[in-house]
Design a protein around this ligand. Structure first.
Ligand code: FAD
Length: 467
C-alpha cells in the first residue's frame, strides 16, 4: 500500500472508533461579549479593531455597540480592553450547562485559561524589575536619567520590585554611587573600552544581553538623541513595544505600564499599554519628570557584568568627537530657570531684541513658539512645545503666543506662567498664573522699566544699609 493510503485508512478507523465508543460531548457555550455600564473609557476602539467578525461598531461617545447575533464569543475584545469594560454574557440555559461542566470537571470552566493565555501569564511573570538606562557622556550623566530614576522609583514601589540603574561606558563605576543617591537600589554596570563612545550597535547588543539575562519588566530611557536611537534599536531586537515621549507613567492592576503621551497632533492624550510583550519600554523627554531629591551617602548593590562585543565586529568607528558647544546658539532653553518666549505676535525678527532685553534684565533666556521659528525669526533650538523643547522653568513669560496645545504641552509645568496677549480669549490665559491683556509692545517695555527700577531700588537700599 502506498504511504498516503495508509494514513487515510488510519484516520477513518479513528473516526469510526470515536463515533461508536464515546457519548457526544456537551459543547461548552461560548457566550457573547457585552458592555459593562459606565466602565468604558473610550480608549480609541481597541475592541472594534480586535474583533475578527466585525460585530462591533463605535457610538459617538466612543463606546462599543456589539451586534450580539454576530458575536462568536472569541473573547478577543475582552482581552484587549484596558478598562475591563467588556464581559461575556451567558443565557440562563448556557449558565446551567457551564455549571454542569464545572461540576463534572471539579472547577470553574468559565475561568479556564486556554493554552495561549497560560503561556502569556508565565512569560509575563518571568519578567520583574524596573530599569533606567543612564545616559552619560565622558562620565557626566544627562539630567534626564536622574529625573527618570525619580519616576522609576514610584513605578518600582507600585510593582514592589527593585529599581536598577543600567550604566554602560568606560571608567564609569563612580556613576553607580550617584545613581544610588538618586534613588536606584541596584546598578547594573558594563564598563569597558568598547563602550567609551556611544554607538548604536555596541550599546544595543549590551542592553539586549542584559535583558535576556535579567528580564526586567519596565525599561525607561531619556528621549534624547541617544535615548531615542538606542530605545528603538533595542525594542526592535527584543520584539517589544516602545512608547516615545511619554508625559505620564503609571502601573495598572495587571502590572502593565500605563504610558501616557500626546497623540493625533497633541489633540488628545493617549494611554498606551504593552500587555502581551516584555519588557515594556518608554522614553521621556528632559524636564518632563521631577528631579528626585538627592540622598547623599545612600548605598545599593552593584552588579558587574562582563559582556563586551568584539571591537572588530562593530561596524561604526568613532574617529573624532566634535563639540557643538562652540556653536553660535549656545543657549539651552530646556535648562533655563526664566524664559521669555515670543510668538507670531512679535511681528518680525527684529522685535525679538525687545524680549532679549527683558530676558537679560531677569537673567533668563529667550524662547519661541513654532510660528516664530517657522517664520525664521529665531532658531529652532529655542522652540518650546511638542516638536521643540519641553521646559519647566521657574518663570515662563509668553508674549504674543496664543497657547496652541502643541505649545502648551511643552511649557505647562512651569512654576509661574505670565501671559501677555491682546486677545482676552487666547487659550494661553487658561493655564496662566498671571495674565496681561494688552499690546506686548507696550507691556514688555513697561515690564523692563519696572524691573530696572526695582533693581536700582534694591541696589540703593543695600548701599544705604552698607553705609
Ligand atoms: P498664533 O497662534 O498666530 O498666535 C499669535 C498670538 O499673538 C495671538 O493670540 C494674538 O492675539 C497675539 N498677538 C498678536 N499681536 C499681539 C500684540 N501686539 N500684543 C499681544 N499679543 C499679540 N507650536 C509650538 O509653539 N511648538 C511646537 O512644538 C509645536 N509643534 C507642533 C506640532 C504639530 C504636529 C503641529 C500640527 C503644530 C505644532 N505647533 C507647535 C504649532 C501650533 O499648533 C501653533 O500653530 C503655534 O503654536 C502658534 O504659534 P503662536 O501662538 O506664536 O501664533
Amino acid at each position: 500500500m502506498l504511504p498516503w493510503l495508509k494514513v487515510s485508512a488510519t484516520l477513518k478507523i479513528k473516526r469510526y472508533i470515536n463515533m461508536s465508543d464515546t457519548k457526544p460531548k456537551t459543547k461548552k457555550p461560548r457566550g457573547v461579549a457585552s458592555l459593562r455600564a459606565g466602565k468604558c473609557i473610550a480608549c480609541g476602539a481597541r475592541c472594534q479593531s480586535s474583533c475578527p467578525v466585525n460585530c462591533i461598531e463605535m457610538s459617538d461617545a466612543g463606546e462599543p455597540i456589539i451586534e450580539s447575533a454576530q458575536c462568536i464569543g472569541c473573547q478577543k475584545c475582552i482581552k484587549v480592553c484596558p478598562a475591563a469594560a467588556l464581559e461575556m454574557y451567558f443565557t440562563a440555559e448556557e449558565q446551567k450547562i457551564l455549571a454542569e461542566l464545572a461540576h463534572a470537571s471539579g472547577g470553574s470552566v468559565a475561568e479556564e485559561l486556554d493554552e495561549e493565555g497560560l503561556r502569556l501569564q508565565q512569560m509575563l511573570a518571568s519578567y520583574r524589575g524596573v530599569w533606567v538606562v543612564i545616559e552619560q557622556f565622558e562620565g557626566v550623566v544627562a539630567k534626564v536619567s536622574w529625573e527618570l530614576l525619580g519616576t522609576g522609583a514610584d513605578l518600582a514601589a507600585a510593582l514592589e520590585v527593585p529599581l536598577s540603574a543600567v550604566i554602560i561606558g568606560h571608567n564609569v563605576g563612580h556613576l553607580c554611587h550617584e545613581a544610588f543617591e538618586h534613588g536606584a537600589d541596584k546598578a547594573v554596570l558594563l564598563d569597558g573600552p568598547v563602550y567609551t563612545h556611544y554607538r548604536t550597535q555596541s550599546y544595543t547588543e549590551a542592553i539586549c544581553h542584559l535583558i535576556e539575562k535579567h528580564r526586567p519588566e519596565v525599561i525607561l530611557m531619556g528621549a534624547t538623541a541617544q535615548g531615542r536611537d538606542l530605545a528603538g534599536a533595542v525594542a526592535t531586537v527584543v520584539k517589544t513595544g516602545l512608547t516615545a515621549d511619554c508625559t505620564g507613567l503609571g502601573i495598572d492592576g495587571k502590572r502593565n505600564l500605563m504610558q501616557t503621551r500626546p497623540a493625533f497632533g497633541g489633540n488628545i492624550m493617549a494611554t498606551i499599554m504593552c500587555d502581551k510583550f516584555r519588557p515594556q519600554m518608554a522614553t521621556v523627554r528632559p524636564h518632563v519628570m521631577h528631579m528626585p531629591e538627592r540622598m547623599p551617602g545612600r548605598a545599593g548593590e552593584i552588579i558587574r557584568e562582563a559582556f563586551a562585543p568584539l571591537e572588530d565586529a562593530i561596524l561604526v568607528k568613532v574617529l573624532d568627537v566634535i563639540s557643538d558647544r562652540d556653536g553660535k546658539d549656545q543657549v539651552d532653553v530646556a535648562a533655563a530657570e526664566i524664559i521669555v518666549s515670543g510668538g507670531r505676535g512679535l511681528m518680525n525678527k527684529e522685535n525679538f531684541a525687545l524680549l532679549q532685553e527683558l530676558a537679560d534684565e531677569l537673567g533668563g533666556v529667550v524662547g519661541a513658539s513654532r510660528s516664530a521659528v517657522d517664520a525664521g525669526w529665531i532658531s529652532h533650538s529655542r522652540q518650546v512645545g511638542q516638536t521643540g523643547k519641553t521646559v519647566r522653568p521657574k518663570i515662563y513669560i509668553a508674549c504674543g503666543i496664543s497657547g496652541a496645545i502643541q505649545h502648551m504641552v511643552g511649557m505647562q509645568d512651569s512654576d509661574t506662567i505670565i501671559a501677555i496677549n491682546r486677545d482676552p480669549e487666547a487659550p494661553i490665559f487658561q493655564i496662566a498664573t498671571y495674565g496681561v491683556v494688552g499690546d506686548l509692545f507696550q507691556v514688555v517695555p513697561a515690564l523692563i522699566d519696572k524691573v530696572r527700577a526695582l533693581k536700582r531700588h534694591n541696589s540703593s537700599g543695600s548701599a544705604r544699609s552698607a553705609a
